[in-house]
Design a protein around this ligand. Structure first.
Ligand code: SF4
Ligand code: SF4
Length: 57
């Protein structure tokens, strides 16, 4: 299981990035992307997302 970002709702604000303890959120084009192999599903990123576009798989 991993968290993922709904691309259509991500505004690339960057708020999620520094919250990730395993640093698996990167910029991909004009949105952020979560590496599903590295994500530990802690949920920290989802709590700060202003558009609520980060969901558990
Ligand atoms: S759920 Fe946790 S480990 Fe996964 S991307 Fe978000 S902050 Fe990083
Ligand atoms: S916090 Fe939400 S809107 Fe901002 S970059 Fe991360 S996923 Fe996108």
């Amino acid at each position: 299981m991993a968290y993922f970002i709904r691309k259509e709702d991500c505004v690339n604000c960057g708020a999620c990035d520094p919250e990730c303890p395993v640093d698996c959120i990167t910029e991909q084009g004009d949105v952020r992307f979560i590496d599903p192999d590295a994500c530990t599903s802690c949920g920290a990123c989802a709590e700060v997302c202003p558009t609520d576009c980060i969901e558990a798989d």
